[in-house]
Design a protein around this ligand. Structure first.
Ligand code: UD1
Ligand code: CA
Length: 474
């Protein structure tokens, strides 16, 4: 790909109302694959190495402006700014508002906040087509072009105009090639054209698409970069379209993973709402959801109905069905599952759960902000929070760390080779010495010595030949 030498400045139109979403949330903040529609577009702009990104806001401007994050991959020179468009008088009027923010020496790429899946390489090709001296339009052919602006060409094939559907004659409406809403044009050419726009058309709006006529009149070549991938230009106007695009996008991601060798039980029941990395021979059963950053090591198997966010899962680990792993972004909070570990079914790993090699976590076990060293096991109905468990610790069914005194959290330290019986309460802060044993049903409030058996419960009492009370006769 030949990279344009010229700086790229992106304008994202996001002032429209989105009435058909029938939602209080501004349309561009609705999520696709876990990210706001507009965030996808901003992230794409960052991927283009844009110098400036000017977001045109209007409806719900405050919420939209607050709802956007700086893209993770933004280069050092990346600058995002918001410009208000009030009232909204059309796409041409929208871009007019951005003019003061656009340096004359750049190529302007116009995008829409409700078109989330345009690829960086497509836009790079569009910028190359612009070549720093032409008006380049991203176009596509639709079997049903109803509603879109049509690309009108002369006999020679040269683009003459974009005719909006509502302004088009019956003959023009036969044209199948439509304008995607995306263009690339040098700022120095665009600016004088924007000044000349009027609203004398069927919708009484300032159409950005009228710049094509001005380019033709000025002898500036207009080039169409025609693509065939409809997902890249699909806009969202309704919940139905949002769900359709979500499924199409997820299916495309699923296919890419399968091409890498990941074995998905059903690509139609697989959702990645973030970044998933898979090593070789990963198997994923149906209805799993991955969000944030998730890494799956070689040979990892994920059972059905798991929800996993921000986790690193080591080679050969098995996550059984219905497990919920909810790590955080930071190194401290990311969930780590060691190689060969077995987790679930019905396990819950919360932020800061760090499981070593071959740790076993069974059903209805919750682990939070706790380290479990190699070979440690908590197989049934337990809570391990704010704790560190040494190697080979066996943590009995029904046992919990009482880590919270109502005001502060405290640490529980269980040294290597300890056996904690069933139904124990370990009142933190407390340390159980290496190799020790805690009898079932104990409430432990004091540190125990290495190797000791500690029992902290009422002694068992038996009364021989006990006669139970009987009901009195009336
Ligand atoms: C536009 C194009 C049409 C193209 C179609 C592709 C024009 C005049 N027409 O039509 O040729 O085929 O996109 O989807 O440009 N917006 C603002 N401020 C406004 C008006 C719109 O920010 O005053 C934003 C909207 O929120 C939306 C985008 O611009 O994100 C496109 O606006 P929309 O009204 O959907 O344009 P279309 O009529 O679909
Ligand atoms: Ca539209």
């Amino acid at each position: 790909m030949v990279q344009s030498q010229q700086a790229v400045d992106v304008v994202i139109m996001a002032a429209g109302k989105g009435t058909r979403m029938k939602s209080k949330l501004p349309k561009v903040l609705h999520r696709l694959a876990g990210r706001a529609l507009l965030q996808h577009v901003v992230d794409t702009a960052a991927g283009l190495n844009a110098r400036r990104v000017v977001v045109i806001t209007g409806h719900g401007a405050m919420e939209v402006e607050a709802g956007l994050a700086q893209p993770a991959r933004a280069g050092a020179g990346f600058g995002m700014e918001f410009v208000r468009q009030e009232p909204q008088l059309g796409t041409g009027h929208a871009v007019q508002q951005a003019v003061p923010a656009l340096p004359d020496d750049g190529v302007v790429v116009v995008l829409s906040g409700d078109v989330p899946l345009t690829q960086v390489d497509t836009l790079q090709a569009l910028i190359s087509a612009c070549g720093g001296n032409k008006l380049a339009l991203l176009t596509i052919e639709f079997a049903d072009p109803t509603g879109y602006g049509r690309i009108e060409r002369a006999g020679s094939g040269a683009v003459q105009a974009i005719v909006e559907h509502k302004d088009a004659s019956d003959t023009q409406r036969q044209i199948k090639e439509i304008y995607s809403g995306i263009m690339a044009v040098p700022a120095r050419l665009l600016k004088p054209w924007l000044v000349k726009l009027d609203n004398k058309n069927a919708q009484g709006e300032y159409y950005l698409t009228d710049v094509v006529k001005f380019a033709v009149a000025d002898g500036v070549p207009v080039v169409a970069h025609k693509i065939s991938d409809a997902l890249q230009v699909a806009g969202i106007n309704s919940p139905v379209q949002l769900a359709e695009l979500e499924r199409a996008h997820q299916l495309r991601q699923a296919q890419a993973f399968m091409e890498q060798g990941v074995r998905l039980a059903d690509p139609a029941r697989f959702d990645v709402r973030g970044e998933l990395q898979c090593a070789q021979d990963v198997e994923i059963d149906v209805n799993c959801i991955f969000s944030g950053r998730v890494q799956l090591g070689e040979g990892v198997r994920i059972g059905a109905h798991c929800v996993i966010s921000n986790a690193r899962i080591g080679a050969g680990a098995v996550i059984h069905p219905y497990t919920h792993i909810e790590g955080g972004h930071s190194d401290k909070d990311v969930v780590e599952v060691g190689p060969g570990a077995l987790v679930g079914p019905f396990a819950r790993l919360r932020p800061g759960a760090k499981l070593g090699q071959e740790v076993h976590i069974g059903n209805f076990v919750e682990v939070k902000n706790a380290t479990m060293a190699a070979g440690a096991k908590a197989n049934h109905l337990a809570y391990v929070g704010d704790a560190s468990l040494g190697e080979r610790v066996n943590y009995g069914a029904g046992s919990i760390t009482a880590n919270y005194d109502g005001a502060n959290k405290h640490q529980t330290v269980i040294e290597a080779d300890v056996h904690i019986g069933s139904n124990c309460v370990l009142v933190a802060p407390v340390t159980i010495g290496a190799g020790g044993t805690v009898g079932g049903g104990s409430t432990i409030t004091k540190d125990t010595a290495p190797g000791a058996l500690t029992v902290a419960r009422a002694k068992q009492v038996s009364v021989a030949n006990w006669t139970r009370p009987v009901k009195k006769k009336k």
